[in-house]
Design a protein around this ligand. Structure first.
Ligand code: NDP
Ligand code: PMR
Length: 414
């Protein structure tokens, strides 16, 4: 019970005494699930001994790139060359940015891409039609709308005995026209459930695997967005993101005995997406504060630019889908096309790939110059990367900590 009680904002748990038990049951789910996972035999020692012997992935060529930032681990500090491909897990790699990134990384010949997708066939077809070489990727099932599926994915990934060098939390859904909430298998509002909670559990579980990697620069990348940052023009387009005191999240986001919205307000599909993006950006920073020094892992988020033609807008009204790309291209000038990024990427010259979002994410995934941890990256018109400022709420340490409370309780229970 202490587990859930500490997840409730203090004033709320006092005020809603009568409802705490229910809220507790729901919010406990996440923490308890992780606990069960560890009890169920997927524990670290077994994996460690197996992996130590068998963790070989296709050998390519020595990567001699100097990694100057804190992402260095023992292997690189001792001057060893890494003689294997990096292994990167990308969630939602069946379309849009995830697919473009998977393709770009696979084409470097230096990465094996695990495409973590909810629709196996769609992902396989997408990889094939993107022309990805068969041996450069593996599709593995992951439905972020189910915490069991997240745990199963982690289990399957570990069974594969591959190391994990980079995790890219990219998948997302956006439901701007939804009038009523839908829910994940665990009863959480869908946008936050998939975009934040599913990734939150995945990242926390896979942290163990990242820690064990001998790759010179290990990274955990989470996609943020300008629309979750109220310190920008785009972030001030209504409905504005806002987590309030997180009372809805504390109550379980279930729409029955709590609101389906994090701030406890009425359901709004567009706001739920933007809220989830604040959570993504807060999560990255809290990971950095908690684990960077101890592990050397780089934790970062990024705003990739406005890729106005991706499947993300599939549920928006047709007029929006018609006008949004020219609006972004000619008015805000924030537009980045998937085609353009793909074409430029094929040129294989970072300099020629100006404005390419894929280059952006490629750099964040693999470029030594972007190994700094705790950073929210953006790119300017000349495709130069810079550390962007997060809004006050998206850098609120108290709220970031609150997102973690079930896991804190979990750790102390182990
Ligand atoms: P897409 O819709 O093209 O891609 C989203 C991916 O997420 C798809 O592969 C989708 O799978 C997957 N996905 C959705 N639900 C689940 C689930 N339950 N489990 C597993 N995978 C799931 O969108 P984008 O490429 O545009 O978005 C990628 C990221 O970039 C998102 O995090 C988004 O927030 C971020 N971003 C995008 C911007 C843009 O302008 N497009 C701007 C700022 C940030 P399926 O193919 O099966 O539907
Ligand atoms: Mg925006 C420089 C201004 C700018 C930028 C970079 C974006 C990006 N948008 C800007 C401005 C505006 N938008 C303005 C002035 C308006 C009012 C006309 C506007 C509207 C608007 C809508 C209705 N914009 C949107 C929507 C969406 O539904 C998109 C959204 O919020 O998705 C969550 C969106 C976006 N605008 C962007 C970007 C990147 C998006 C997609 C955000 C994302 O995927 O996270």
């Amino acid at each position: 019970m202490a587990l859930q009680a500490c997840y409730l904002p203090a004033p709320l748990s006092a005020r809603k005494e009568g409802k705490v038990t229910n809220a507790v049951k729901e919010t406990a789910f996440l923490g308890a699930s992780v606990f069960e996972h560890h009890k169920s035999g997927l524990h670290v020692p077994v994996l460690r001994s197996k992996r130590g012997v068998n963790a070989s992935v296709g050998v390519v060529k020595a990567q001699t790139t100097a990694v100057a930032a804190p992402g260095l681990n023992q292997a690189s500090l001792q001057g060893k060359k890494v003689l294997r491909k990096g292994v990167v897990v990308i969630t939602g790699a069946s379309s849009g940015l995830g697919l473009a990134t998977a393709k770009a990384l696979a084409e470097t010949g230096k990465w094996h891409v695990i495409m973590a997708c909810r629709d196996f066939l769609k992902a396989e077809k997408a990889a094939q039609s993107a022309g990805m070489a068969k041996e450069s990727y593996t599709v593995m099932h992951l439905d972020l709308a189910s915490l069991d599926s997240v745990r199963q994915f982690v289990h399957n990934f570990r069974q594969s005995e591959r190391p994990l060098d980079v995790l890219v939390c990219n998948a997302a859904i956006y439901r701007p026209t939804a009038r009523t909430p839908t829910y994940t298998a665990n009863g959480y509002e869908m946008s936050v459930g998939v975009n934040h909670l599913g990734h939150f559990l995945l990242a926390n579980l896979l942290l163990e695997d990242l820690k064990k990697s001998d790759y010179p620069s290990r990274r955990l990348i989470i996609l943020g967005s300008i629309t979750g940052n109220t310190n920008t023009l785009a972030g001030n387009v209504p409905p504005k993101a806002g987590l309030g005191d997180l009372r809805g999240l504390a109550g379980g986001l279930n729409g029955r005995n709590s609101s389906a919205m994090i701030d406890g307000g009425d359901f709004d599909g567009a706001k739920a997406y933007k809220d989830s993006k604040i959570c993504n950006m807060l999560t990255m920073q809290e990971f950095h504060r908690r684990f960077h020094e101890e592990t050397g892992i780089t934790f970062a988020s990024l705003y990739p630019g406005c890729i106005a033609t991706t499947g993300l807008f599939r549920e928006h009204i047709p007029l929006f889908r018609l006008l949004f790309p020219p609006f972004q291209r000619f008015i805000t000038k924030g537009f980045v096309s998937e085609e353009e990024s793909g074409r430029r990427l094929a040129q294989r010259s970072v300099k020629q790939q100006a404005h390419s979002i894929v280059v952006g994410i490629l750099q964040v995934v693999s470029d030594p110059s972007l190994a700094k941890s705790g950073v929210y990256w953006s790119w300017n018109k000349d495709s130069a990367s810079f550390e962007n400022q997060l809004s006050q709420e998206a850098s609120d340490t108290a709220k970031a900590r609150k997102l973690w409370e079930p896991f804190d309780a979990f750790s102390s229970a182990v």
